[in-house]
Design a protein. Structure first.
Length: 283
């Protein structure tokens, strides 16, 4: 079994005039494949469920079509959201909340009420960490605000203060802090409540020697660190004929094979960790 812990089911592209193409909202475009057939094919290809990290209207519309194939972790604008909005999303069925493009460091006190609301709902806080390619030359990044994002506000180190203040808050550090790999490992290793994925970005292009140096130094497998990873791709799903990204799947399989990760830890990486992290969020 495998659960993809970082997925998008919406378009974030621009047309030739620079206008944002509207996201996927309702329904499934009629074609040769029904939603159930899509799910069956996805599972045959090795992905049984997906964690969707898009805006709420996209996530919940997708659930109406694909049911529990989707684990909902809607994205919010953390500079506008209030605790009530967070709690309302959990009442609607959210299992976690996705944060990206802050105008201040993740660990800033102004965001603490949002984290407290997630903790009260026993949900998962998912943080984009590291470099952000989407919205590269647009103020506010993918959220389109009036100022440019600062990727250092989204570094792995910014999660350290949150974990100190909320040691029981479940945290998933997306993209393993690309390019702050060592920093990401240190933050994850230092806090029992911080997990990570190596989705998207350029992680798949780095050498296995580098990853072995982080996760298997001097030939000794760091079982604690490996045991806190989640399989994830940052790929697109729920479009007919598109079932994630083979290159990211291949990378993570090669990573586990190269490091000779035992079966029990592979199960945690492939589905166990993210299943547990998202299992109690629904209120």
């Amino acid at each position: 079994m495998r659960i993809d812990a970082h997925v998008h089911i919406m378009h974030a592209d621009h047309d030739k005039n620079g206008k944002l193409i509207p996201p996927l909202k309702l329904g499934w475009v009629k074609g040769k494949e029904t939603p159930q057939q899509y799910i069956e094919t996805s599972r045959k290809k090795g992905v049984d469920r997906i964690v969707v990290l898009d805006p709420p209207e996209v996530v919940f519309a997708g659930m109406k079509v694909f049911g529990d194939y989707i684990i909902p972790c809607p994205q919010v604008d953390m500079d506008k959201a209030k605790p009530k909005e967070i709690r309302d999303l959990f009442h609607r069925g959210a299992r976690g909340i996705k944060f990206i493009c802050p105008m201040h460091p993740y660990g800033d006190n102004r965001y603490f009420p949002l984290y407290k609301a997630i903790l009260e709902c026993n949900g998962l806080a998912v943080f984009h960490t590291g470099y952000l390619g989407d919205g590269l030359h647009r103020p506010g990044g993918v959220l389109g605000r009036k100022d440019y994002v600062d990727i250092t506000d989204m570094s792995p180190a910014r999660l350290d203060r949150i974990a100190r203040a909320f040691p029981d808050l479940k945290i998933l550090m997306s993209h393993f802090g690309n390019p702050w790999w060592e920093e990401a490992w240190k933050i994850m290793a230092s806090h029992k409540n911080i997990y990570a994925d190596m989705s998207g970005g350029t992680a798949y292009r780095r050498s296995m020697e580098m990853w072995a140096d982080i996760f298997k130094p001097n030939g000794n497998l760091d079982t604690n660190a490996i045991g806190k990873l989640c399989f994830a791709t940052d790929a697109g799903y729920c479009f007919q004929g598109i079932y994630g990204s083979p290159k990211f799947v291949e990378f993570q399989e090669r990573f586990l094979d190269t490091l000779k990760v035992p079966a029990e830890l592979r199960e945690l990486v492939n589905h166990g960790n993210i299943s547990r992290l998202t299992s109690c969020g629904k209120q």
